[in-house]
Ligand binder design. Structure first.
Ligand code: SAH
Length: 208
């Protein structure tokens, strides 16, 4: 297994959204956070020899991180075709051994039924800006249906919501960690040049 920092370095080349769509809450996960999530998952045995599904994959940061760590297959799903084109370019640049299948679809409609042990990794829309609080709920619902383990990034303060959602849906939060990341100045409603987002990452085991 390569180190976490080597993984972050390889992911630094992954381009973000060319023309981000604010209503879809499109922003690229920073390479350091993506590397942290994937490396942690790998140490838990949740990447190698498993199917990895990235729900709301955008330009592919998390899917490509996983593809560098020996999974059986990787699927990246997004509702917007524009970032998927960037994801394909990013895949060529990253040159991972495992190929990624990029699929256009709605992550909230359970579009996939992967075979075998499946891990979902995702940085879904939070719904915090749009007033659509817990837009991430529908993504967790899909994870609960297709995966036996998931890693998801949520905004800070989501722990009570995530824990009770998991408990109500045959899941259990086994790990949680805090993360901070900088949002680039890409949306009009961000007045400062950069904004730091406090986030939380959860590992959930699904038994259903
Ligand atoms: N996972 C990427 C992008 C995170 S931004 C990364 O970590 O860098 C959230 C992504 O979710 C965006 O690409 C957006 O287009 C996508 N998205 C929003 N609603 C969606 C839906 N209903 N189904 C699938 N993808 C969706």
């Amino acid at each position: 297994m390569s180190s976490k920092s080597a993984l972050a370095q390889r992911l630094a080349i992954v381009a973000g959204f060319e023309d981000p769509n604010v209503s879809l809450e499109q922003y690229r996960t920073p390479p350091e956070l993506a590397a942290h999530l994937v490396h942690t998952a790998d140490l838990q045995g949740d990447i190698e020899d498993r199917t990895i599904v990235d729900l709301g994959c955008g330009t592919g940061m998390l899917a490509l991180g996983a593809a560098l760590r020996g999974p059986t297959q990787v699927v990246g799903l997004d509702i917007d075709p524009a970032p998927l084109a960037t994801a394909r370019d990013n895949e060529r640049k990253v040159a991972s051994a495992t190929e990624v299948e990029w699929v256009r679809g709605d992550a909230t409609q359970v579009p996939l039924g992967p075979d075998g042990p499946t891990t979902v990794i995702m940085n879904p829309p939070f719904g915090a800006q749009s007033g659509n609080e817990h837009a991430d709920r529908a993504f967790l619902e899909t994870a609960s249906e297709i995966a036996d383990v998931s890693y998801s990034i949520h905004n800070a303060g989501s722990d009570a919501f995530v824990e009770s959602f998991a408990a109500d849906n045959g899941g259990e939060v086994t790990h949680a960690f805090r993360a901070e990341f900088e949002l680039p100045h890409q949306y009009d409603h961000h007045t400062e040049e950069q904004r730091t987002v406090d986030a939380e990452v959860f590992r959930i085991e699904w038994s259903g």
